[in-house]
Design a protein around this ligand. Structure first.
Ligand SMILES: CC(C)(COP(=O)(O)OP(=O)(O)OC[C@H]1O[C@@H](n2cnc3c(N)ncnc32)[C@H](O)[C@@H]1OP(=O)(O)O)[C@@H](O)C(=O)NCCC(=O)NCCS
Length: 175
Protein backbone atom coordinates (compact mmCIF):
# COMPACT_ATOMS: atom_id res chain seq x y z
CA UNK A 1 0.00 0.00 0.00
CA UNK A 2 1.38 3.47 -0.82
CA UNK A 3 2.26 5.85 2.01
CA UNK A 4 0.79 9.37 2.32
CA UNK A 5 3.39 12.09 2.98
CA UNK A 6 3.87 15.81 2.35
CA UNK A 7 5.08 16.48 -1.19
CA UNK A 8 8.71 17.58 -1.58
CA UNK A 9 10.29 19.88 -4.21
CA UNK A 10 11.81 16.78 -5.84
CA UNK A 11 8.28 15.50 -6.58
CA UNK A 12 7.50 18.28 -9.12
CA UNK A 13 8.20 16.28 -12.29
CA UNK A 14 6.36 13.17 -11.06
CA UNK A 15 3.40 15.33 -9.96
CA UNK A 16 3.19 16.99 -13.39
CA UNK A 17 3.32 13.58 -15.09
CA UNK A 18 0.55 12.19 -12.85
CA UNK A 19 -1.53 15.36 -13.30
CA UNK A 20 -1.29 15.17 -17.10
CA UNK A 21 -2.39 11.53 -16.96
CA UNK A 22 -5.31 12.02 -14.58
CA UNK A 23 -6.70 15.49 -15.38
CA UNK A 24 -8.42 14.34 -18.63
CA UNK A 25 -10.32 11.73 -16.56
CA UNK A 26 -11.99 14.53 -14.61
CA UNK A 27 -13.32 16.28 -17.75
CA UNK A 28 -16.67 15.46 -19.39
CA UNK A 29 -16.53 13.62 -22.74
CA UNK A 30 -17.25 16.78 -24.79
CA UNK A 31 -14.13 18.61 -23.59
CA UNK A 32 -11.92 19.48 -26.55
CA UNK A 33 -8.42 17.96 -26.61
CA UNK A 34 -7.08 21.47 -27.27
CA UNK A 35 -8.71 22.85 -24.10
CA UNK A 36 -7.33 19.93 -22.06
CA UNK A 37 -3.85 20.40 -23.54
CA UNK A 38 -4.00 24.14 -22.84
CA UNK A 39 -5.03 23.53 -19.23
CA UNK A 40 -2.24 20.98 -18.72
CA UNK A 41 0.36 23.30 -20.30
CA UNK A 42 -0.67 26.33 -18.24
CA UNK A 43 -1.59 24.90 -14.82
CA UNK A 44 -0.16 21.37 -14.58
CA UNK A 45 3.34 21.74 -16.02
CA UNK A 46 6.52 20.90 -14.07
CA UNK A 47 7.06 24.66 -13.61
CA UNK A 48 3.48 25.00 -12.30
CA UNK A 49 4.11 22.31 -9.68
CA UNK A 50 7.46 23.83 -8.75
CA UNK A 51 5.51 27.02 -8.08
CA UNK A 52 2.78 25.24 -6.08
CA UNK A 53 5.40 23.43 -3.97
CA UNK A 54 7.17 26.71 -3.20
CA UNK A 55 3.91 28.58 -2.42
CA UNK A 56 3.25 28.98 1.33
CA UNK A 57 -0.46 29.23 0.51
CA UNK A 58 -0.60 25.64 -0.73
CA UNK A 59 -0.26 22.24 0.91
CA UNK A 60 0.43 19.21 -1.29
CA UNK A 61 0.25 15.61 -0.10
CA UNK A 62 1.26 12.59 -2.14
CA UNK A 63 0.45 8.93 -1.95
CA UNK A 64 3.87 7.44 -2.71
CA UNK A 65 4.56 3.84 -3.76
CA UNK A 66 8.01 2.36 -4.47
CA UNK A 67 7.23 2.36 -8.20
CA UNK A 68 6.06 5.99 -8.26
CA UNK A 69 3.30 8.37 -7.18
CA UNK A 70 -0.14 6.81 -6.78
CA UNK A 71 -1.98 10.09 -6.15
CA UNK A 72 -1.87 13.62 -4.83
CA UNK A 73 -4.00 16.31 -3.25
CA UNK A 74 -3.57 20.06 -3.01
CA UNK A 75 -5.12 22.37 -0.39
CA UNK A 76 -5.21 26.12 -1.05
CA UNK A 77 -5.43 28.49 1.92
CA UNK A 78 -7.59 31.60 1.88
CA UNK A 79 -11.07 32.89 1.28
CA UNK A 80 -12.86 31.69 -1.88
CA UNK A 81 -12.48 34.30 -4.65
CA UNK A 82 -15.34 33.03 -6.83
CA UNK A 83 -18.68 34.66 -5.86
CA UNK A 84 -20.66 31.42 -6.38
CA UNK A 85 -18.23 29.50 -4.15
CA UNK A 86 -18.27 32.23 -1.51
CA UNK A 87 -22.09 32.01 -1.42
CA UNK A 88 -22.14 28.19 -1.28
CA UNK A 89 -19.55 27.83 1.49
CA UNK A 90 -21.31 29.12 4.60
CA UNK A 91 -19.00 27.72 7.30
CA UNK A 92 -15.73 29.64 7.81
CA UNK A 93 -12.83 29.63 8.05
CA UNK A 94 -12.53 27.33 5.06
CA UNK A 95 -9.85 25.88 2.79
CA UNK A 96 -10.04 24.64 -0.80
CA UNK A 97 -9.31 21.05 -1.71
CA UNK A 98 -8.10 22.10 -5.13
CA UNK A 99 -6.99 18.75 -6.53
CA UNK A 100 -7.58 15.06 -5.82
CA UNK A 101 -6.05 12.81 -8.43
CA UNK A 102 -5.26 9.11 -8.21
CA UNK A 103 -3.47 7.03 -10.85
CA UNK A 104 -6.07 5.02 -12.81
CA UNK A 105 -4.27 1.76 -11.94
CA UNK A 106 -5.05 2.56 -8.27
CA UNK A 107 -8.73 3.49 -8.57
CA UNK A 108 -11.15 1.47 -6.46
CA UNK A 109 -8.43 0.25 -4.08
CA UNK A 110 -8.71 2.61 -1.14
CA UNK A 111 -5.77 4.83 -2.14
CA UNK A 112 -8.00 7.86 -2.72
CA UNK A 113 -9.83 7.35 0.57
CA UNK A 114 -6.61 7.19 2.56
CA UNK A 115 -5.21 10.24 0.77
CA UNK A 116 -8.32 12.36 1.33
CA UNK A 117 -8.60 11.25 4.98
CA UNK A 118 -5.00 12.39 5.56
CA UNK A 119 -5.73 15.64 3.71
CA UNK A 120 -8.75 16.35 5.95
CA UNK A 121 -6.56 15.74 9.02
CA UNK A 122 -4.10 18.25 7.57
CA UNK A 123 -6.98 20.72 7.08
CA UNK A 124 -8.00 20.29 10.72
CA UNK A 125 -4.42 21.20 11.67
CA UNK A 126 -4.92 24.46 9.74
CA UNK A 127 -7.72 25.40 12.14
CA UNK A 128 -10.42 25.65 9.46
CA UNK A 129 -14.02 24.52 10.03
CA UNK A 130 -14.81 23.43 6.48
CA UNK A 131 -13.18 22.18 3.28
CA UNK A 132 -14.67 22.96 -0.15
CA UNK A 133 -14.00 21.66 -3.65
CA UNK A 134 -15.32 22.03 -7.18
CA UNK A 135 -16.11 18.90 -9.20
CA UNK A 136 -17.51 18.61 -12.71
CA UNK A 137 -21.23 17.86 -12.47
CA UNK A 138 -20.79 14.92 -14.91
CA UNK A 139 -17.92 13.33 -12.92
CA UNK A 140 -20.19 10.76 -11.24
CA UNK A 141 -17.34 8.67 -9.86
CA UNK A 142 -15.66 11.60 -8.12
CA UNK A 143 -18.99 12.93 -6.79
CA UNK A 144 -19.78 9.49 -5.34
CA UNK A 145 -16.27 9.29 -3.86
CA UNK A 146 -16.52 12.75 -2.26
CA UNK A 147 -19.93 11.85 -0.84
CA UNK A 148 -18.36 8.79 0.82
CA UNK A 149 -15.59 11.05 2.13
CA UNK A 150 -17.95 13.43 3.96
CA UNK A 151 -18.63 16.09 1.30
CA UNK A 152 -22.13 17.28 0.32
CA UNK A 153 -23.22 19.36 -2.68
CA UNK A 154 -23.64 23.00 -1.61
CA UNK A 155 -24.15 24.89 -4.89
CA UNK A 156 -22.99 25.42 -8.51
CA UNK A 157 -20.03 27.21 -10.06
CA UNK A 158 -18.61 27.65 -13.54
CA UNK A 159 -15.06 26.41 -14.15
CA UNK A 160 -12.99 27.08 -17.27
CA UNK A 161 -10.88 24.41 -18.96
CA UNK A 162 -8.98 26.42 -21.54
CA UNK A 163 -11.68 28.85 -22.71
CA UNK A 164 -14.50 26.30 -22.35
CA UNK A 165 -16.94 26.84 -19.44
CA UNK A 166 -17.88 23.74 -17.40
CA UNK A 167 -20.65 23.22 -14.83
CA UNK A 168 -19.23 22.24 -11.46
CA UNK A 169 -20.79 21.29 -8.15
CA UNK A 170 -19.32 23.01 -5.11
CA UNK A 171 -19.07 20.35 -2.39
CA UNK A 172 -18.35 21.07 1.27
CA UNK A 173 -17.18 18.91 4.20
CA UNK A 174 -17.59 20.23 7.73
CA UNK A 175 -14.70 19.49 10.09
C1 LIG B 1 -11.96 10.72 -7.98
C2 LIG B 1 -10.97 9.65 -7.52
C3 LIG B 1 -9.85 10.29 -6.73
C4 LIG B 1 -11.72 8.66 -6.63
O1 LIG B 1 -10.89 7.58 -6.33
P1 LIG B 1 -11.42 6.07 -6.55
O2 LIG B 1 -10.38 5.13 -6.10
O3 LIG B 1 -11.88 5.98 -7.95
O4 LIG B 1 -12.67 6.08 -5.53
P2 LIG B 1 -13.53 4.87 -4.99
O5 LIG B 1 -13.43 3.69 -5.90
O6 LIG B 1 -13.20 4.70 -3.53
O7 LIG B 1 -14.98 5.51 -5.03
C5 LIG B 1 -15.63 5.76 -6.25
C6 LIG B 1 -17.11 5.39 -6.11
O8 LIG B 1 -17.79 5.74 -7.32
C7 LIG B 1 -18.43 4.59 -7.84
N1 LIG B 1 -18.43 4.74 -9.26
C8 LIG B 1 -17.50 4.31 -10.16
N2 LIG B 1 -17.86 4.69 -11.40
C9 LIG B 1 -19.03 5.36 -11.26
C10 LIG B 1 -19.91 5.98 -12.19
N3 LIG B 1 -19.66 6.01 -13.50
N4 LIG B 1 -21.04 6.57 -11.70
C11 LIG B 1 -21.30 6.59 -10.37
N5 LIG B 1 -20.51 6.01 -9.44
C12 LIG B 1 -19.38 5.40 -9.91
C13 LIG B 1 -17.65 3.42 -7.31
O9 LIG B 1 -18.41 2.23 -7.31
C14 LIG B 1 -17.32 3.91 -5.91
O10 LIG B 1 -18.43 3.82 -5.05
P3 LIG B 1 -18.62 2.58 -4.01
O11 LIG B 1 -17.38 2.52 -3.15
O12 LIG B 1 -19.86 2.89 -3.26
O13 LIG B 1 -18.74 1.33 -4.88
C15 LIG B 1 -10.37 8.89 -8.73
O14 LIG B 1 -11.40 8.18 -9.42
C16 LIG B 1 -9.66 9.78 -9.71
O15 LIG B 1 -8.51 10.16 -9.50
N6 LIG B 1 -10.33 10.08 -10.84
C17 LIG B 1 -9.71 10.85 -11.91
C18 LIG B 1 -9.46 12.31 -11.52
C19 LIG B 1 -10.66 12.99 -10.95
O16 LIG B 1 -11.78 12.90 -11.48
N7 LIG B 1 -10.43 13.70 -9.84
C20 LIG B 1 -11.43 14.50 -9.18
C21 LIG B 1 -11.41 15.87 -9.75
S1 LIG B 1 -12.50 16.94 -8.86
Amino acid sequence: MPVVRPAAPADAAALAELAALTFPLACPPGTSPEAIAQHIATTLSVASFEGYLADPGRILLVSAAPEGLAGYTMLVRGEPQDADVAAAVTVRPTIELSKVYVHPDRHGRGVAGELVAATLVRAVEEGVRSVWLGVNSENARAIRFYGKSGFAIAGPRTYFVGDQPHSDHVMVALL
